[in-house]
Write a protein that binds this ligand. Structure first.
Ligand SMILES: [Fe+2]
Length: 258
């Protein structure tokens, strides 16, 4: 199982050179048994990075959230800051990959990332190599902030946050979303845990927790299922990229079985 990462400030971490020129990684969390991991990655053409010249697919799901800069998989649609995409396993993509200057993104995979190239790509739209649509389908969200947001209300009906689902598995409920915590946000749930994992990367503003942690832009946490976490608040507001292992239930810390 992936161990908890209660708090990580990625600004304080060193970039680790990857297995190709111009690729650098800051590991966020990882499961040593399966090879699943979440990482902040930097690709930089000025330091030798070359986008894959051929369309490719992976044998596991690939999920990308852009933190800085921009890149394209098809040469037409550029994905800039806060853009998101989800390529299910064995989806051919990257028909005309291009990156012109340094770009950072969060890369989430469920097994070690292997590139299989597919020279005879049939289109510029991602498609399933096997002709079988994945239950959690391809998602490309270039501008999440321009899409409709769903209000999150407190018990009194006041909007305290907003969220936008980026991609979700219709069966398991596992997925990703962008969450905006409005200034003055105080979690109505207090100290709590979820029955599924929760992963949070702050993209702007600041979140505070009752146990004294301060999550500014670039701070990260991974909580495995049943992990008790402190109440969250945000005095001045924040936006976070949040991944969840299924329907996010909020269970009071005091109710957790021994
Ligand atoms: Fe890929």
């Amino acid at each position: 199982m992936r161990p908890a990462v209660p708090f990580l400030d990625t600004h304080a971490m060193e970039w680790v050179p990857g297995d190709m020129p111009g690729l650098f990684t800051k590991m966020l969390s990882a499961d040593p048994e399966t090879g699943a991991r979440s990482a902040l990655q930097c690709i930089d053409p000025a330091r030798g990075y070359k986008a894959p010249a051929l369309p490719h697919y992976h044998d596991g799901d690939e999920e990308i959230f852009i933190v800085k800069g921009e890149l394209t998989f098809d040469g037409r649609q550029w994905l800039g800051e806060r853009a998101y995409c989800f390529h299910p396993a064995r989806t051919v993509h990257g028909f005309r990959s291009q990156v012109d200057s340094e770009a950072w993104f969060i890369s989430r995979i469920k097994r070690p990332l292997k590139f299989d190239f597919h020279e005879d790509a049939e289109s510029l739209e991602p498609y399933s190599l096997d002709g079988v649509e994945s239950e959690r389908g391809v998602a490309v969200v270039p501008t999440p902030a321009e899409r409709p947001w769903e209000d999150i209300l407190d018990a009194g009906g006041k909007t305290i946050a907003r969220r936008q689902i980026l991609s979700v598995h219709p069966g398991t409920g596992e997925g990703s979303m962008l969450v905006e915590f409005l200034p003055g946000f105080v979690s109505p749930h207090g100290d709590h845990y979820h029955s599924v994992y929760e992963e949070v990367f702050v993209v702007s503003g600041q979140l505070e927790t009752a146990d004294g942690k301060v999550f500014t832009k670039g701070c990260y946490s991974y909580k495995p299922p049943m992990y008790v976490q402190s109440a969250v608040s945000s005095e001045n507001g924040a936006v976070a990229y949040v991944n969840f292992g299924g329907k996010l239930d909020f269970l009071p810390a005091a109710s957790k079985p021994a």
